[in-house]
Write a protein that binds this ligand. Structure first.
Ligand SMILES: C[S@@+](CC[C@H](N)C(=O)[O-])C[C@H]1O[C@@H](n2cnc3c(N)ncnc32)[C@H](O)[C@@H]1O
Length: 563
């Protein structure tokens, strides 16, 4: 018997059970859209799996950077399941989303998944399996807590991990701008006209006999090579001496490699993000929200935001102006806010109340320029732009009292035409003059949806209008039998029969209801550097029974918090 081919794999209850998702249309809610009406930024309300499916047709291969910060599965999310099932459900939930997200990425795009120790290692294996191990770029350790928890019985868990995957394994990051602190080791003790420099390494990293040769200084000293040999060949050394890149000490006894600040490019990003001035921390993120919504009681503010500086760094590394950024676990809207301020085009999806209570008011303030917190001052944000708000359309079919699938009465003619175009992979773009050209899949292939009874006379008229090489798909509720094969370039099908079995109708939520994970309520207030604020005495954070110590993204704002 042939040996079963074995492979390294992670399995769990429900693995590979992928739902057959209905491709919903998105319906703009103009009463919520805001600012510049030409803006293409999209804020979507609803379950992100359906939202991603809705975006699939238009955005596959177009998104440059996806950042997601899903619920961490801290053990409180699936209260009604035992632990093993809870992990399985979480993984199943993420598996399908990761696949969809990856499809949307452009060939040079990256996917960033923010988690903590609860699931990150499982997620790494899942992503390796689903996306391919070669696409793994790095796991970034982000310092999430600005101070450690001394009540922790084991470790104070102070970091989160961000897994970075790229569509292509030879993805290259944008370089980060140098800051003054990055240049401290440059100086100009000899008033070199080329400016500050530092002494670079002259020694070969590995022993190389052919690079072991003596060098003579202008003062006549013979300088012996380092034990591994020089870094460069004799010819290259001579040329560097002639350009001044390699210089001799004033007494001629030493040779120096001058690395000039002026020649330095930006910095490659490090995988360790521990400088809270640079990438913020959880309490700062809450402080940012408190400043944005000073009248909202602290207990009602969104519980698990991320700081704008964190997203700022990610977008600097992974995107340029005009690129599309997507976050399908948008929460309080941090990714959208930072992408907006940086001139990126953004798409966000959020299922919970945060959509109307945090995302919309926050992004309005961003457009108005009245949000001067987060990275606004750093990048001199003054406002501008706009966004459109969308709801997922209801399911196209519903089951009637006899258990038969019928077209939902929430659909008007336009919605039905748009939905049918989406189901049949046509681009919905009604022609201004030719009514039956409602959508197309190529220059010659069109779709037309009607709720009327289609008969031969109507079909004949349509055929007369069509060019010989054009093809038309008609979707209708009913047609007379002779229409079926009357013209080879007109295909006619019935709704809803043509749709049945293709996907799951009538289901609006694939989220398993993990929305906001409860967090601890009391911990010291974060007071940023800058204008002084009266310190508020706070009791020490209590450790929750059975909860993990340290990093539970506590709710840190008591009444009387700074500013
Ligand atoms: C940790 S929060 C994200 C916080 C966000 N990064 C921020 O800075 O505010 C996770 C968010 O995912 C949302 N969420 C969970 N399941 C979802 C789903 N199936 N579809 C859309 N949003 C979902 C939750 O409502 C929650 O707001």
């Amino acid at each position: 018997m042939p040996k079963k081919k074995q492979k390294l794999e992670l399995t769990w209850i429900g693995k590979d059970e992928q739902p057959q998702l209905e491709p919903r249309i998105l319906i703009e809610d103009p009463s919520k859209s805001y600012g510049d009406s030409n803006a293409e930024n999209m804020l979507i309300h609803g379950d992100n799996l359906l939202a991603l499916k809705a975006l699939e047709q238009e955005f596959t291969g177009k998104v440059q950077c996806i950042y997601v910060d899903p619920p961490f599965n801290t053990g409180q999310a699936f209260q009604h399941y035992e632990d093993g099932v809870a992990h399985s459900l979480w993984l199943t939930l993420m598996e399908s989303r990761i696949e969809f997200l990856f499809r949307l990425l452009s060939p040079t795009g990256t996917l960033w998944v923010h988690l903590d120790d609860n699931e990150v290692h499982y997620m790494k294996v899942l992503m390796d399996q689903t996306l391919g191990r070669s696409r793994f770029i790095s796991s970034i350790v982000w310092r999430a807590a600005d101070s450690s928890n001394n009540d922790a019985k084991q470790f104070s868990l102070d970091h989160n991990t961000i897994l970075v995957y790229a569509k292509s394994s030879d993805w290259e990051s944008f370089l980060l701008p140098r800051q003054d602190k990055d240049n401290l080791h440059y100086s100009n003790p000899d008033d070199d006209p080329r400016g500050p420099w530092f002494q670079g390494n002259l020694s070969s990293p590995n022993p190389r006999e052919n690079l072991r040769f003596d060098v003579s200084s202008p003062q006549g000293y013979v300088i012996h090579p380092p034990s591994n040999g020089w870094r460069w060949s004799r010819e290259r050394m001579n040329s560097m001496i002639s350009t001044g890149e390699i210089a001799f000490s004033s007494d001629g006894t030493r040779v120096m490699k001058k690395t000039y600040l002026a020649n330095q490019k930006g910095l490659s990003p490090s995988s360790l993000w521990s400088d809270i001035e640079d990438t913020g921390h959880n309490r700062q993120a809450k402080y940012e929200l408190k400043k944005l919504f000073p009248d909202t009681p602290t207990a009602e503010l969104f519980k698990t935001p991320k700081p704008e500086r964190l997203i700022y760094k990610i977008l600097q590394i992974a995107t340029k102006e005009g690129d599309i950024v997507l976050d399908s676990f948008l929460g309080s809207g941090t990714t959208a806010a930072v992408a907006h301020k940086l001139g990126r085009r953004w798409i966000g999806a959020e299922l919970g109340n945060a959509y109307s209570e945090a995302c919309i008011p926050r992004l309005r303030k961003v457009c108005d320029g009245t949000d001067q917190g987060g990275v606004s001052k750093l990048i001199e944000w003054v406002g501008g732009g706009g966004f459109k708000c969308y709801e997922l359309a209801p399911s196209l079919l519903k089951s009637d009292t006899h258990g038969n699938w019928v077209i939902s009465d929430e659909y008007n003619a336009d919605m039905l035409a748009a939905a049918m175009a989406k189901h049949e992979a046509f681009n919905y773009s009604p022609d201004a003059e030719i009514y039956w050209k409602q959508g197309k899949s190529s220059d010659k292939d069109f779709i037309f949806t009607t709720t009327s009874f289609v008969q031969v006379a109507f079909l004949d008229r349509l055929h007369e209008e069509m060019q010989e090489d054009e093809h038309l798909l008609i979707c209708c509720k009913k047609f007379s039998a002779p229409c079926a094969r009357r013209y080879s370039n007109i295909e006619i099908r019935k709704i809803p029969k043509m749709l049945l079995g293709k996907c799951e109708f009538g289901r609006d939520d694939y989220s398993l209801n993990i929305v906001n994970v409860p967090t601890e309520e009391d911990a010291p207030a974060f007071v940023p550097q800058g204008p002084p604020a009266a310190p508020t005495a706070k009791p020490k954070p209590k450790r929750k029974k059975g909860g993990r110590p340290g990093l539970s993204q506590p709710d840190l704002f008591g009444e009387g918090t700074a500013e």
